[in-house]
Ligand binder design. Sequence first.
Ligand code: CU
Length: 360
Amino acid sequence: MTQIAIWGGALLLLIILLTLFRISRLVAVVSEADKKRETNANKINAALMVGFLVVGFGITFWYSYNYFGDYTLPVASEHGVETDRLFWVTMAVTGVVFVVTSILLFVFPYMYQFREDRKALFYPHNNRLELIWTIIPAIVLTLLIGSGLKTWTDITRAPSADAVEFELMGYQFAWRARYGGADGVLGPYNYQLIDKVNEFGLDLTQQASLDDFMPPEVHVPKGQEVNIKIRARDVLHSVFIPHMRVKMDAVPGMPTNFKFTPTMTTEEMRAELGDPEFNYEIACTEVCGRGHFSMRLILVIDEPEEYEDWYAAQTEKTFLDLNPSYMERVPENLREVALISTGVEPEEVSNVVELESTLN
Ligand SMILES: [Cu+2]
């Protein structure tokens, strides 16, 4: 009963408020003072439109000018020159359209604000105008998207057979790289084999995995095609190498890749920037959790001979070299190969195998 009384009271209150509002509107229609107030509000709104335009443009141009350096990072890869060109052409075309349409959008309300002495013109249709603003943007967009598509097809074409290859795995929160080792072939992996040490889930029952190595920083040679095989272990990450104009998502369960050809070594870039501390870096550009910011891996671009030396030195530090306890996962028939790949001379192998069997 009390419930019904409360709801009834609320309903009555609402009806009273609505009635009061209607009465005040009717009074306003006949009163002159209110008309004056409305004209003033119109003027203020029209002026605010222009104010918004001026302040908005001011902030946009101030920001673009101050942070222009972020848009002109030196480029150090072959395809990067192409993507930069596309970026600036698109920026120029859309920039001009942005400025013109913004001016029209905010200046027209000011020019055509309400005035007592004029009436709005009823102008429902103009075929010529419709054609102009449909056909011109259609042509411009077709050209922009067409040239973008061509560049994208070139960038994403399959890597050549002799491309330098390494695997990049993202996890919360770091990048880890893996190379194919002495045989140059990346061994197969299985996510179920991942543990604290075997971060890649390397399948040690397969011969190609036995000589794989995981260096603390990535090296690639200048002037050669490099193919990065990308994967993620937990959530979405994204490979970002700004100076190489490389960006590709790392997706769990769906390997991706990106190929590029570096055109400047780390040393050359240091000289150009006048910064002896400079390093290329691989960052993560997909907000992937709390430690996202810490996903940084150094990328070193070497002269080809330096790269060969570095690679040869790394083949002495294979996964099995650094984690000998994993040798027991290698099947009997591959032990010999595994021992040789960890640097044991072939003639010593039989001794080691013998020693092992006596120990067992
Ligand atoms: Cu990440």
